[in-house]
Design a protein around this ligand. Structure first.
Ligand code: SAJ
Length: 452
């Protein structure tokens, strides 16, 4: 009978059926029997997998790199922020494993996408890793799966790019499967803030998605911040990092002004930082390195351009930050010139090549730009960095050199990265000329020390 049929179909679509997927997943999450997956086992994915395994979940990491998977399964952590003492027992205890086999997604209840979102040379977003991850998940999507994108990206990625691929499988978001965006906020090397105690923002495609996503993260992380949509969550991360990039650009421009006006920009910033409210110190430097700050804001400017708004602050800050390596090389050239030495033929030794202090990451490091510019001018460039044993500069491989021996023979020493634990007193005592781009020699005054 029509009515009965109608009633039956209505019954099938009743909240009880809708709640089945939601209720079942909620119960699995709350009882920690949900099988958790993390796709992409880098500096974001591995620590996230560890936190859920430590919380008592059975966790499967997925990565395309077999050697990474093999290393992971030995119980040896290749991410410095996760010690083997934590990682090994989880792997050896069977709570945590890795695979290259994406079909395991069929058996998982949740999957976090933690893959790179770099920029193309044209400064356009490179979404290839997110697309590949989404296609793989779509292939094995099943009712009850919670999918979370963590990779930093432009607002609209989750609903415009990820959702259509998953929905194409005929399942309904918010009812059959759940989809959220939750920005990764990992700060490699930060001893105080790690994955478990950095507040976690999460926004879903539907309220049910947000609710189940927040519940999921609450099982393993200290603080969860639900927001009303994936777009809000995507924009939160871009605001955070654009804020940094633009303020770094501001102080770099201030450094250029102070250089011309013969004002000590470091003293200005330190004095301004005494203001107990309404000010946050940023410091000039040799340029903007890393895999977040120089890149994330261009995801925002790219999307805002599509929306018809020019992101002029971002473009201008990008220009200023991008010019800092040239400014540093000009300082070096002028400092050598004051000692009647051309760059050509001079031995210039770089102290610190990582993109920021006390880490070993050289991605987008301004040191690379400075080395190339000096070599183009005929400089004989060497470096030492306790964290960076070797460096690829264009096609040339460079090895870190003995610091004291190098500073003793160099015509000019350039402090590009101010690692702690470096014996700066010996550097000052043994160097003919120093260009300090980080105010690492704050306490020293000498005519052979030139600061930004
Ligand atoms: N930099 C300056 N002046 C400053 C601060 C930084 O020149 O005042 C330079 C650094 O030397 C580096 C670049 O900017 O080359 C980026 O430095 P960063 O301190 O922002 O460090 P990142 O790139 O590791 O940024 C990460 C980000 N974390 C995430 O995206 C999850 C960022 O949001 C954090 O605020 C930052 O760490 C942090 O605070 O350590």
């Amino acid at each position: 009978m029509k009515v009965d049929t109608f009633l039956i179909s209505e019954k099938l679509e009743s909240p009880a059926v809708e709640e089945t997927a939601f209720a079942s997943l909620k119960q699995k999450i709350q009882s920690k029997t949900a099988r958790v997956g993390v796709l992409g086992l880098g500096y974001v994915g591995l620590p996230l997998a560890v936190e859920f395994a430590r919380a008592g979940f059975d966790v499967t990491g997925i990565d395309v790199q077999q050697e990474k998977v093999d290393l992971f399964n030995t119980g040896h952590s290749y991410i410095k922020d996760v010690p083997d003492s934590v990682f090994d027992p989880l792997v050896k205890g069977g709570k945590l494993r890795a695979t290259t086999d994406f079909s395991v997604i069929r058996e998982l209840d949740t999957i976090d996408i933690c893959v790179p979102t770099p920029l193309r040379k044209t400064k356009d977003p490179d979404m290839s890793f997110v697309v590949a991850a989404t296609d793989a998940i779509a292939q094995f999507l099943h009712p009850g799966l919670l999918v979370m994108l963590e990779s930093t990206t432009y607002p609209g990625t989750t609903d415009e790019l990820v959702l259509p691929k998953l929905r194409a499988k005929g399942l309904e978001v918010g009812k059959d499967f759940f989809l959220c965006f939750s920005p990764e906020r990992v700060d490699p090397g930060n001893a105080k803030f790690q994955t478990n105690n950095i507040p976690k923002v999460v926004g879903g495609i539907t309220p049910a998605c947000t609710e189940i996503g927040a519940l999921f993260y609450q099982q393993a992380l200290e603080t969860v911040v639900p927001v009303s949509s994936t777009r809000v969550a995507e924009m939160v991360k871009l605001l955070e990092n654009t804020f940094r990039m633009i303020n770094i650009g501001l102080v770099n421009e201030l450094a250029l002004m102070c250089d011309r006006m013969k004002i000590d920009v470091w003293e200005v910033i330190d004095a301004a930082a005494t203001k107990p409210f309404g000010f946050m110190p940023f410091y000039p430097g040799p340029g903007l390195g890393g895999h977040c700050i120089p890149i994330d804001p261009f995801y925002l400017s790219w999307k805002s351009k599509e929306a018809g708004i020019e992101a002029r602050f971002i473009e201008l800050a990008g220009y200023i930050n991008g010019r800092m390596p040239e400014f540093v090389v000009e300082k070096i050239q002028n400092a050598l010139n004051d000692q009647s030495k051309p760059v050509r033929g001079s031995h210039i030794h770089i102290l610190g090549t990582a993109y920021k202090r006390n880490i070993d990451d050289v991605r987008e490091s301004p040191a690379l730009d400075i080395i190339v510019l000096l070599q183009r001018m005929g400089g004989n460039v060497t470096y030492s960095d306790p964290f960076v044993k070797s460096l690829q500069v264009n096609s040339q491989k460079m090895e870190t050199q003995d610091m004291l021996m190098s500073v003793g023979t160099a015509d000019c020493v350039v402090i590009v990265t101010d690692h702690s634990g470096v014996d700066y007193a010996s550097v000052v005592a043994n160097s003919k000329l120093i260009v300090d781009t980080r105010n690492a020699l704050k306490g020293y005054r000498s005519e052979n020390i030139v600061r930004l």
